[in-house]
Design a protein around this ligand. Structure first.
Ligand code: SAM
Length: 209
């Protein structure tokens, strides 16, 4: 497949994901005037969604009377160094009031990590990989919930319906409370049967302890 086609597909995928994220996040995030919105994209790989996600969250604030007064602090983290390197190279230091940082981290151990000590308003896990190691993902989800600010939200996306259900069950088991679960009906089908780009999305808060 040519690079141009790949780029066009990626752009379409991002457009669809943005639409679904806005549907899921509208009126559910604290995007008050002058706020610093802290976003952790965990297991982000090369993080092709970084720019879209930051802008989508800023656009949520634009519905208010003060369109630009929301600063997004974006941290992308993944266990793979090469992917994190490429993400950092692509996003640079971030234009338009968005501050990007990319870190090599094991998502199973972020709760006590000194680089990530401030809580996050949004933890995003795109295309969680529950099928490739349930135990590991239980730990990663638990740590994601630990990183949330009191009103913070965990948002996941999944390639497969069944994998999504497994991840939802795991998150609820480790202390998450399901807020909403939506299907992306425009999601692009991939070669593997049943696999679609961002086929399902769900949002959670941390259950009160
Ligand atoms: C299916 S990929 C999704 C990547 C990216 N979020 C996307 O949607 O393109 C799953 C990602 O989880 C990362 N991952 C797996 N275990 C991890 C861990 N313990 N800590 C951090 N990242 C992990 C992998 O390196 C990989 O980038």
């Amino acid at each position: 497949m040519s690079r141009a086609i790949q780029q066009a597909q990626l752009a379409q995928d991002m457009k669809r994901l943005k639409k679904q994220l806005q549907r899921l996040c509208q009126d559910r995030l604290d995007v008050a005037d002058g706020k610093r919105l802290r976003v952790l994209d965990l297991a982000c790989g090369e993080c092709f969604e970084a720019e879209m996600l930051s802008k989508a969250l800023r656009d949520l604030a634009s519905k208010d009377a003060h369109p630009l007064d929301l600063n997004v602090e974006f941290v992308g983290a993944d266990i793979r160094e090469a992917e994190i390197g490429r993400a950092a190279e692509r996003c640079g230091s971030g234009p338009e009031g968005i501050d990007y940082r990319f870190l090599v981290k094991d998502g199973q151990k972020v709760a006590q990590d000194a680089d990530l000590d401030e809580p996050f308003d949004v933890v995003f896990v795109r295309h969680q990989n529950y099928y490739l190691g349930g135990k590991e993902w239980h730990a990663l989800f638990e740590q994601s919930l630990e990183k949330l600010a009191p009103e913070g939200k965990l948002v996941i996306t999944s390639y497969f319906d069944h994998e999504h259900e497994l991840a939802k069950g795991a998150i609820q088991k480790v202390g998450g409370e399901l807020i909403d679960d939506i299907a992306n009906r425009e999601a692009r089908a991939l070669q593997t049967k049943g696999k679609h780009v961002d086929k399902r999305l769900a949002m959670f808060r941390r259950r009160e302890r």
